[in-house]
Design a protein around this ligand. Structure first.
Ligand code: ADP
Ligand code: MG
Length: 626
């Protein structure tokens, strides 16, 4: 019998395909099962319009049969089958999809279930098989045909016997090589797990004969093996079921089953969209941060299904980085099975879905914050940092989306508050939203810089996360109110009297301040009379854009950026210490140097910054003790 050649371009395509389109060999089974499911669907659709054809669901199934002795794996279906012509056209011409043509001919609109449309899936069989044999009998036809191919060199086709309509695909599984094992595709447990992973929600039963054991009759200890036909897939996915029929427990179970996390999710979102793009999704907001969440190792993404068939385990394009904590899956009829990762990125439908999902997550978090504050705060403890990161990244492009989801600790309320809550209770004379940054709430509580603002009765937001101040710099304003650090130059609340006194003292003691500045040389940019201190003698503030807190954070980063804040040493001119400084300036310059260094080091300690030379500092203290 003459061997027919694949069409020339098909031949090249076939080689390329086998070696490059699919990254994992195991997906051949997904492709063949999807084709089988399509073939059954076709009968179903025909029956819709053909009165002579009755579709009894029980008659339709897919069967997987491994045979270790002959090294074959058979995938058979009771679907529509193929005529001789169809075998030639659909399997002989690569990139020709009979399923795509079927959809066109039958004018099936969106919402149909047929998966195939690319005409390449079938060939994935050659990734694991040396020879592929297809025995098929078309529905309504008397003859059956056998198509056979050993890969790129062509195929044969001849008549054969087959009782019922449908298709049988027999793969002669490759021998193991040094690099690859093929034996696994003959193992029952392995096949089951591949089916579960990719094809669990195929709508027809996928049957397999499984070996089980039972106690041997008349014996207590011995067992005997027997073979039983089982349906491996669960067929109806939870996301296709009606929301009203599902309980919170069902969603939790699905979360566990899928191993999205080991915690209990805080909230689930079930989407059934049939607008511009048709898809179902089940998303979860986890409760706890995964151990690797804030590391480079963490991979964001949702499971992506095309019509019940898994096509990607972690589709990153479906989630923005700032919602990277969301777990779950998306199933869409509008995506094709064989689509590659590269193509997927440009897929319009996928972009639409991603946008949709983003908005749903946002609104879910908003209502959680509004209606279930405790739960939201639980969530915020785990993932608030990521939201703040989102405000900061992409040059603030997403700040509008995220600003109302932020929470900060409030000096007045002694708990987390939203920016909106802060602004809505601002007294009329308060111009800015004040914040103080530091290592912990306890430390910030004691910061001398907060004195004046707190004294005024204004609320202060405490920034204890390293990202906080960076995020706020990106926000700049909230509801027209600018953010202001309590350590910044101009607080906008100095009382006139205090201002005037500080100014007067400063000009009266110009040389003193200059002497102090020279003593500290480039450690500070300036030494000046403070307008913000009330009871503390000294503090450090920053003159430029970079705050002292930011300097600390940048320094601690792995890339170790040595960006320095322009530090200003502020002296409380109303404090007794100031008198001592003045005296020292008049009578003992060495003493003034000593005092200056001491005050500077104290200010560093208050800020949580390391002292340049601790031994010298200790010696200095001893000097004033003797
Ligand atoms: P696609 O599924 O994207 O159309 P495939 O390469 O997977 O491409 O399959 C090519 C064509 O072969 C299908 O469109 C279908 O017409 C036909 N075909 C493949 N497997 C079967 C089957 N089990 N029963 C009937 N037709 C099949
Ligand atoms: Mg296919």
């Amino acid at each position: 019998m003459a061997k027919k050649q694949f069409q020339a371009e098909s031949k090249r395509l076939l080689e390329m395909m086998i070696n490059s389109i699919y990254t994992q060999k195991e997906i051949f089974l997904r492709e063949l099962i999807s084709n089988a499911s399509d073939a059954i669907d076709k009968i179903y659709y025909k029956a819709l319009t053909d009165d002579k054809l009755v579709f009894n669901k029980e008659d339709y199934y897919i069967k997987i049969t491994p045979d270790k002795t002959n090294r074959t794996l058979t995938i058979s279906d009771t679907g529509i089958g193929m005529t001789k012509d169809e075998l030639e056209n659909n399997l002989g011409v690569i990139a020709k999809s009979g399923s795509f043509a079927f959809k066109k001919e039958n004018e099936l609109k969106d919402g149909h279930n047929i998966i195939g449309q690319f005409g390449v899936g079938f060939y994935s069989a050659f990734m694991v098989a040396d020879v592929v044999t297809v025995i098929s009998k078309a529905l309504g036809s008397e003859e059956a045909y056998k198509w056979e191919s050993a890969g790129a060199d062509g195929y044969t086709i001849e008549p054969c016997e087959k009782a019922a309509p449908g298709t049988e695909i027999i793969l002669k599984i490759k021998e193991n090589t040094e690099d690859d094992s093929y034996d696994e595709y003959l193992e029952e447990y392995r096949l089951r797990s591949i089916i579960k992973k990719y094809s669990d929600f195929i709508r027809y039963p996928i049957k397999m004969e499984v070996t089980r054991s039972k106690p041997k009759e008349g014996s207590d200890s011995e067992r005997e093996e027997y073979v039983e036909e089982q349906t491996v897939n669960s067929m109806v996915p939870i996301w296709r079921r009606n929301k009203n029929e599902l309980t919170a427990e069902d969603y939790e179970n699905f979360y566990m089953e899928k191993r999205y996390g080991f915690d209990k999710p805080i909230k689930h979102i079930h989407i059934s969209a049939d607008g511009a793009v048709v898809y179902n999704a089940i998303l979860y907001i986890p409760e706890k941060t995964p151990f690797d969440y804030y590391t480079k190792e963490y991979e964001k993404g949702l499971e992506l299904y095309s019509n019940g068939v898994l096509i990607m385990e972690k589709c990153a394009d479906l989630l923005p980085d700032y919602f990277s904590f969301v777990k779950g899956m998306v199933d869409s009829e509008d995506l094709s099975l064989n689509i590659s990762r590269e193509l997927l990125q440009h897929d319009k439908q996928l972009k639409l879905i991603a946008k949709n999902i983003k908005n749903r997550i946002k609104s879910t978090l908003q209502s959680l914050l509004k209606d279930e504050r405790e739960k939201y705060e639980e969530f915020y403890k785990s993932f608030g940092r990521q939201l703040k990161f989102g405000v900061y990244s992409d040059f603030g492009a997403n700040k509008e989306d995220l600003q109302d989801l932020l929470l900060f600790y409030s000096s007045k309320e002694k708990k987390l508050v939203t920016l909106d809550e802060y602004v809505s209770r601002m007294p009329e004379d308060q111009k800015y939203i004040y914040y103080a940054a530091g290592d912990s709430i306890e430390r910030i509580d004691k910061l001398p810089q907060t004195e004046l603002v707190a004294d005024k009765g204004y609320e202060i937001l405490y920034f204890t996360d390293d990202i906080d101040e960076f995020a706020i710099k990106m926000l700049m304003k909230y509801k027209e109110k600018e953010f202001k650090s309590v350590s910044s130059d101009d607080l906008g609340i100095e009382t006139d009297a205090a201002d005037k006194q500080a100014e007067a003292e400063e000009s009266d003691n110009k040389e003193l301040f200059e002497f102090m500045k020279n003593t500290l040389s480039d450690k500070v940019k300036e030494v000046k009379a403070s307008k913000r201190l009330k009871s503390h003698p000294v503090c450090l503030s920053a003159a430029g854009e970079v705050s002292i807190e930011m300097e600390k954070i940048l320094k601690a980063m792995p890339t170790g950026q040595d960006v320095k804040a322009d530090k200003v040493l502020e002296i409380n001119v109303q404090h007794e210490v100031f008198q001592s400084l003045k005296d020292a300036y008049q009578n003992d310059k060495d003493k003034l140097k000593l005092y200056t260094n001491l005050l500077y080091n104290q200010a560093l300690l208050i800020e949580g910054l390391p002292i340049g030379d601790p031994v010298e500092f200790t010696n200095d203290i001893c000097k004033i003790m003797v």
